[in-house]
Design a protein around this ligand. Structure first.
Ligand SMILES: [Zn+2]
Length: 98
């Protein structure tokens, strides 16, 4: 399965760290987070998933993706398409350093 194109997952947040660029996805059905970093592959959990989970709880059960002020509008067509949604996040959402 390719998490980047699977209809069951959506990219939530892109992180930059000294080890590279990593992407945290959420499983739309189980709400479980997945990350592309090596730590996640080893332990099925990582600091990126933890950061996303903390933000989710702090906002009362929704993840508000931080976007740039001139972000392109997000419509249903994009939301329903994992590949287009990933591109939208990469182009419009703020990258966090962690
Ligand atoms: Zn990670």
């Amino acid at each position: 399965m390719n998490i980047r194109t699977s209809p069951r997952y959506r990219l939530l947040q892109v992180f930059v760290s000294e080890k590279g660029v990593f992407e945290v996805y959420v499983n739309l059905r189980s709400k479980v987070y997945c990350c592309t970093c090596p730590g996640y592959r080893a332990r099925s959990w990582c600091k990126h998933c933890e950061a996303v989970g903390e933000k989710f709880l702090a906002s009362g059960g929704s993840y508000n993706v931080p976007v740039s002020p001139d972000a392109e509008p997000l419509d249903d067509d994009i939301m329903c398409d994992p590949v287009r949604f990933r591109e939208w996040i990469i182009h419009n959402a703020k990258v966090e350093v962690l």
